[in-house]
Every structure is written in C-alpha cells, then in structure tokens.
Ligand binder design. Structure first.
Ligand code: MF3
Ligand code: CO
Ligand code: CO
Length: 284
C-alpha cells in the first residue's frame, strides 16, 4: 500500500459492483482514485441540484440588475437578500473570514474581489460575479462574466475565450477519464487563443462542503490527477489572463487576487455532476 494515499474500499460482505471493479483496477495501476465519500448519493445529488437552481436564479437576478454606476456593494446586497429570501445561505459570508456574500472581481482582479460601496462599475469594465449557495446543507458554486456597456474587442475576446475554456474543459471530462484531461484541454485552448491560464487557483469538489477533493487544475497533462467516477460533483472554473499567468494577493485585504501585470482576467464557473455519459451542469 502506498503511504498517505487514500484507498477505495469495499463495504464488508458486499460483492464488488462494476464501478468497484473499475476503480480497483485503476488503483492497482497506481492512479489517484476518489474515496467513497466523494461519490454522492442520489439524495445528495438532489440536494445539490436544488441548491444549484437557487444559485442560478441569483446569477440571473444579477444579470438583470448589473449596470454602469452601480457599486459592487449593491451587487452584494442583492445577492445577500435574495439568497435569504429563498431560505438559503450565501456560502462566502464568513467563509475563512471573507466579509461579504459574493465575490466581485473587476478587470485585473482575477477572483475573490470584495464588494465595496466605493467601487463603482464603469462602462467598459468586465466583472466576474461568483455566487455560492448553501441550501439544506448542500453547496452549489458558479460564476459568470458581465461586460458593462461596450468594451474593447480584446477584453470581449478574453471573456469569450474564458467561456469557451469552460465548455471545452467540460467536454474533455469523461467517466473513468482523469481530472488532468480537463486541464489539458483548457490550457491548449487558452494558449492557442493567445491568453494564459492562472495556476495558483483551481476548481474543486463541492456539494457537501464548499471545497472538497479533488483539485481541478486548469492546466496540465492528460491522464493525470484523480480518476473521474460517476457520482462525483466538482467545479471547473478557469481563470484566463490577457497577459502573464502570474497573480498576487492584495496584502491589505488578504483576499483580492490580482494579475501581476495588471492586465485583465476572465473566469466562468459551473458545478458539474459526473454521469455515465459525461458531465451534467447543476448550475444552469
Ligand atoms: N466561489 C469561489 C470558488 O469558486 C470561492 C470563494 S471563497 C470566498 O471556489 F471566501 F472568497 F468566498
Ligand atoms: Co468554485
Ligand atoms: Co465560485
């Protein structure tokens, strides 16, 4: 047994299913496999799906309301109040000390931007609004880009390529494939389009908690990372930069992630369920 590596275990007295056999085969070959706790039960999947519906309704509301002249605090208020009205909880609020109910990341801010009364949306800005909802204990996590009025063709293209990267990553994920297949596909598309992929932040398992295993890197090699098994729920959330992939965290607030060259960044995110057929979006 490999020390430190979690193993797939068979429940006592139960004959192995087809799924067990496939996972055990990969485990024997030395591949990283999920633990049983990462395979969601039908009941958990239903809960995450419901949470996803609310999360989508919140993002739809933001899409209706967002405009030039609005503060990012106004977006926070909208998200916070609508979430509570649905009987749900905004997951970011107080998460590891995060002070607001949503992340709002404008232009060179990559992610984890903190809403503020002083920050006003301007014509030409591109902004990521990242919403995570807890409903009946289940988490759903998704983000979209919004373009405020008219922006430059290059910023428009960045937003579009980031969205294509999410789509391409989703299509690369196959049952009994690997997490690395996703990152590989995303990196190829971003580079081919003349942009770079942020490496310091990644997608993640989600559903029973905000951040679970596995790590979903948005770059890398096919056939690496964790085996993808039906019943796993995770995000893909590529952060695509116009210039360098390098980022830093604002020292003052300890959260805001900014591109090193201060060129713009774009990100889209969905929560997905792995099925026998491929990924299903739970945050549509
Ligand atoms: N929603 C982000 C993600 O996609 C995480 C935000 S953590 C917070 O994983 F504390 F900033 F909200
Ligand atoms: Co996420
Ligand atoms: Co998110």
């Amino acid at each position: 047994m490999i020390r430190g590596k979690k193993r797939w275990t068979l429940p006592k007295g139960m004959p192995p299913t087809e799924m067990d056999k496939k996972i055990l085969w990969h485990q024997e070959k030395g591949h990283l496999v999920p633990t049983r706790s990462l395979i969601k039960t039908p009941e958990q999947i239903e809960g995450i799906r419901e949470s996803g519906r609310i999360n989508t309704a919140i993002l739809d509301l933001v899409a209706q309301e967002i405009k030039a002249g609005m503060s990012t605090e106004a977006i926070n208020k909208l998200v916070h109040e609508y979430t509570l009205a649905q009987g749900a909880i905004p997951a970011p609020l107080n998460y590891e000390g995060f002070p607001k109910s949503v992340c709002t990341s404008i232009n060179e801010v990559v992610c984890h931007g903190i809403p503020s009364e002083e920050e006003i949306l301007e014509e030409g800005d591109i902004i990521n609004v990242d919403v995570t909802t807890i409903y009946k204990g289940y988490y759903a996590d998704a983000s979209r880009m919004f373009i405020i009025g008219e922006t430059t063709p290059k910023k428009k293209r960045l937003v579009e390529v980031a969205r294509e990267c999410l789509q391409i990553g989703m299509e690369a994920a196959r049952p009994y494939g690997f997490v690395g297949d996703i990152g590989h596909a995303i990196e190829q598309h971003a580079k081919k389009s003349g942009f770079s992929v942020v490496k310091d932040l990644c997608g993640h398992g989600v559903g029973n908690e905000f951040h679970e295993e596995p790590e979903v890197l948005h770059y890398g090699k096919k056939g690496t990372g964790m085996l993808l098994v039906p019943g796993m729920v995770f995000t893909i959330e590529p952060m695509i930069n116009m210039g360098t992939y390098k980022v830093f965290i604002d020292e003052e607030d300890g959260w805001t992630v900014v591109t090193e060259d201060e060129l713009p960044s774009a990100q889209w995110e969905h929560t997905f369920l792995m099925t026998e057929e491929g990924l299903e979006i739970l945050t549509y």
